[in-house]
Design a protein around this ligand. Structure first.
Ligand SMILES: [Zn+2]
Length: 469
């Protein structure tokens, strides 16, 4: 009788990556023996020392499980499909034989051992942001065997990500980060499940998403999402492995763990926008997030396995240029609005609004969007375009007839600009130019607009040939 045997992904490394094998056999036993002849290493993966199917191995003939029929003696109908499956790895913390091999260096550590590895297998970790911090954290958590990894990210891979976001390569540019992450992590470790949330974490979805995980890795790069993650974790009682990077410096801590402090205890009000720069604006040393992201993954693994001393109540800073680690002790603030003794926040709030301090709400810089700018340029309006980016950025993308003065030189070179002109100021994403708009207004320039989203928004909305970086 001829049969086709389907091999599950984790076992294909024993079958030269073949997923289907044709055989002639009368029983399940004969079929297995015929494939063991070709691929001897497969035997010990499927058959135990008593010659029976291993506990976590199931064989289906068409839709029927042979364990409910004649076991290995079950006869095969002609041209049937015989499917080998391994029991669902998530939620079932017994380790399969290939997992014992894969995790052997963990199993050798008495502090981790089989008990700790089973805890990792049963664990569910959510990574918010698959960027500089999320990539190394996800790689190490997947490699360590965390049974379910959730990845929240709505971005697509851009060329400028590849300097530090080590899950991606040039073939991924333009594709969803979360989907790319799932593909790479599943290939790194087929024994885990990766769940993708190709969406922005918001006050509407955060509790629903975070609820089903044991802990969160905060890999966000902005204050509104950082407060959102913090508050959602405190409300749900989930530990929050915090990390952030800025230029050459990184920080890490563990918030909301065993009555320890939360992010709000440390930073009760958001810093003013003038002090806030994103990586896109300020730059980041490419190797730095790998160190901080790995620290976040380390904390997660320690919490799951219950070993070591965590960063709860400790705030770690790292200066890559001086190669200097420093830590200071932090405490829960009993007046904290969300984790204090008399909290006033019981649900998620509008974090965009919260991170926009009162003082700046009235002095919001007037903006023009790329489409409006294009229309005005086509009309021939008399506008002076002021590009405040650095020299190297102008080589990447450029608008015709713009004046170039890097942000930090504008104040010294004001005499080159006529205060009577109408100015449209732009940078890469619109933050540096907003600061320059404010500066120009202070110096008597009355007609100043900021290009919303910067030249990258122009590239996106108006000029598809222009590079976005
Ligand atoms: Zn707090």
């Amino acid at each position: 009788m001829s049969a086709v045997i389907r091999i599950p992904f984790p076992l294909r490394r024993f079958t030269d990556n073949r997923s289907f094998i044709d055989t002639d056999a009368n029983t399940v036993h004969e079929a297995l023996e015929s494939i063991f002849d070709k691929f001897p290493k497969l035997r010990q993966q499927l058959i135990d020392e008593n010659g029976q199917l291993r506990n976590l191995v199931n064989i289906f003939i068409d839709q029927d499980d042979v364990k409910n029929r004649g076991g290995l003696k079950t006869s095969l109908p002609d041209k049937c499909k015989m499917r080998i499956t391994l029991a669902d790895t998530v939620g079932n913390s017994d380790l399969l034989l290939p997992e014992l091999t894969r995790y052997s260096r963990h199993l050798l550590l008495p502090e981790v051992g089989e008990t700790g590895q089973k805890k990792l297998k049963a664990a569910k970790v959510l990574i918010v942001g698959a960027g500089g911090l999320g990539c190394p954290a996800a790689l190490y958590l997947a490699a360590a065997g965390v049974g379910l990894l959730g990845i929240v990210d709505s971005d697509v891979v851009e060329e400028s990500n590849l300097q530090r976001q080590i899950l991606y390569n040039i073939d991924d540019i333009g594709n969803s980060k979360a989907e790319c992450a799932r593909e790479k992590l599943s290939r790194l470790n087929p024994f885990i499940e990766v769940k993708v949330y190709n969406e922005v974490l918001t006050s509407q979805n955060a509790l629903r998403i975070i609820k089903s995980y044991d802990l969160v890795i905060d890999g966000t790069d902005n204050f509104p999402t950082r407060y959102l993650v913090n508050d959602a974790c405190v409300l749900l009682g989930k530990p929050n492995c915090y990390g952030s990077v800025y230029r050459f410096e990184g920080q890490a801590s563990l918030f909301g763990y065993k009555n320890g402090p939360c992010y709000r205890c440390l930073v009760p009000t958001p810093p003013s926008p003038e002090r806030v720069s994103s990586c896109a604006e300020a730059g980041v040393f490419g190797v730095l997030p790998s160190i901080i992201g790995s620290i976040q993954a380390t904390e997660a693994i320690k919490i799951i396995t219950g070993i070591g001393n965590t960063l709860s109540g400790r705030f770690l800073t790292f200066d890559a240029l001086c190669m200097d680690f420093h830590e200071f002790m932090i405490q829960r603030d009993d007046r904290c609005k969300i984790c204090g003794d008399d909290p006033s926040i019981f649900e998620l709030i509008d974090y965009q609004q919260f991170c926009r301090p009162e003082s700046t709400k009235e002095t919001v810089v007037p903006e023009i969007n790329p489409i409006e700018l294009k229309q005005r340029l086509e009309k021939g309006d008399s506008i002076t375009m002021l590009d405040v980016r650095e020299e190297f950025e102008i080589k990447i993308s450029n608008l015709k007839n713009a004046i170039h003065i890097p942000m930090n030189s504008v104040e010294d070179r004001l005499e080159e600009l006529n205060p009577q002109d109408e100015f449209i100021v732009y940078c890469s994403i619109g933050l540096r130019s907003a600061r320059i708009c404010n500066l120009l207004k202070e110096r008597g320039f009355n007609n100043v607009l900021n290009l919303k989203g910067g030249i990258n928004a122009w590239a996106n909305d108006v000029d598809p040939d222009m590079i976005i970086y």
